[in-house]
Write a protein of this length. Structure first.
Length: 50
């Protein structure tokens, strides 16, 4: 009975680790995209004044 529990905990831990890595990569990717878009806005600031 305890072996089944350890196997479940092992799979849950592994899936949480994978999910965490995916979330970190998504956050880094979103940050890079935001920096690029911000740099584009600053580069064309004189054209975009209201």
């Amino acid at each position: 009975m305890e072996e089944k529990l350890y196997k479940k905990l092992k799979s849950v831990g592994a899936s949480n680790l994978v999910f965490g890595i995916i979330i970190i990569l998504f956050g880094i990717g979103a940050g890079v995209v935001m920096l690029i878009n911000g740099a584009r806005l600053l580069a064309h600031k004189s054209e975009n004044l209201f």
